[in-house]
Design a protein around this ligand. Sequence first.
Ligand code: SF4
Ligand code: SF4
Length: 384
Amino acid sequence: MFLLLRPVGLSCQASCGYCYYKSGHPQLTTHADSKMSIDLIDIIFDGFKKLPDKFHTICLHGGEPLLIGKKWTSQLVEKVKRFSNENNGIRLSLAVQTNGMAIDEEWIEIFKEGCFGVSVSIDGPESIHNAIRIDKKGNGTFKKVFNNIKRLQAYDLFPSAISVISKESLKVSPENYYSFFQENRINEIDIALYIEAGTSEKESIAKSNYEANAEDLLQFIYKLFDLWLYNKDESNLVNIRMFEQTISAILGYTPTICNLQEGLACGRTPCIMPDGTVFACDLETDDVNLVLGNVLKDNFENILSPEKLDSFHSYIKNGFSERGCYTCDVFGLCAFACPRYTLSKRDFSSYCNFTKKYLEFVKTRLNNISISLSGKEINYPILN
Ligand code: SF4
Ligand code: SF4
C-alpha cells in the first residue's frame, strides 16, 4: 500500500497561488493545524500486520511535512527499522514530498538513514516557479528550493520533482522548460496540470490567474511530449511520468497512476491526518466526501476493507455516470476521470477535448514509430 501521512496536516511555510488546499472547506480546516503524535505510527503499523498486502510505502506529505521536525522524523525512521526487524514478512519503505525550503545537512542525514525516496516541488525555471510558489511574505521560493536540490545532489541524493504546469509555465518555451530539468539533473518529473476543480470564490480567482487555456496547454504538451520521446541524449534523459503512463495505458498495460484506473484506485492511497482521520485521497474538494474513517476509533483493516472501498467506489461511479464518462471513447485512458473533476460542479468539457486530442496525438506518434520499425500500424487494445 502507498500511504500518505500528513504529520502537520496542511500547515506550510509557502503560500502557492494554486494550492489545492485553499478552499477552506471544513473537511480540511478542522484538521489543519495540529501535529501528529508519534504514537499514531504504532497504531498504523499494527494495522499493516492485519492487511493482506505485505509491501508498504509511507510517504510524508503536506502541507509541508518537514515542519513536523527532525526529532519526530528520526523517531519514525527508528520505528520503521524496529518494525522491519520484528516483522520479517512485511517490507516498509519511506518517501517524502517536500517543498524543499527547509532541507539542510541534518535532514539529508535523516533521509539517508531512512532510505527516503525524496521528491521536491519545483515548477521549472525561476520565472515560472517564483510567479506562484511564494512564501508568506510574497517572495519567490526558487533560490532556496533550487539550492537545496543542489545540496541533496551533493550528498548523492537525486530527488525527483513534481512540477505544476500553469499559465505561467507556458511563458517559457517547452525546450527551455525541458532543458531546465536536464541541465540540473532532475531526471524524473511528475507534471501536474493545474486545472481548477473547485468553484469557491478563492478557487475561481486562482483559476483565472493560473489556469492555462486548454488549447494553449495542448500545444505546450505536444512539444514537450516530442522533446521527451525523441530525446537522443541517453545519458541525460528526463522521464515525464504522465507521458510514460499514457503510453502504457494506450498499449493495454495497467498504469500505476491512479487517475487512469477508472476510479478503482481511489481509496487505495489513503491519506492520514494528524488526528487519525483517513481520507481516500489527498486531493480533497468541497464536492467530494473522501473521509473513510479514523485510525483512533475504527479498525484499520475495516477502514480499508473491500466493502468500504466498494461503497466509496459506488459513490464515485455516480460522478462518472453524470459526467458521461462511461459512454466516452477515452474512458480508461483519461487522466480527468478522477472524482475531483467528475464530481465537480464545474464545466470542464474543454479538458475532455484536450484529453481526446492529446490521446490522438500520442497514438499517431506511436503509429509512426511502429510503421518505421515494422511497416505496420499498432492494433490498440483500447483506443481505436
Ligand atoms: S480521487 Fe483522483 S487523484 Fe485521488 S485517488 Fe482517485 S483518481 Fe487519484
Ligand atoms: S474525456 Fe471527459 S467524459 Fe471522457 S472520460 Fe475523461 S472526463 Fe470523462
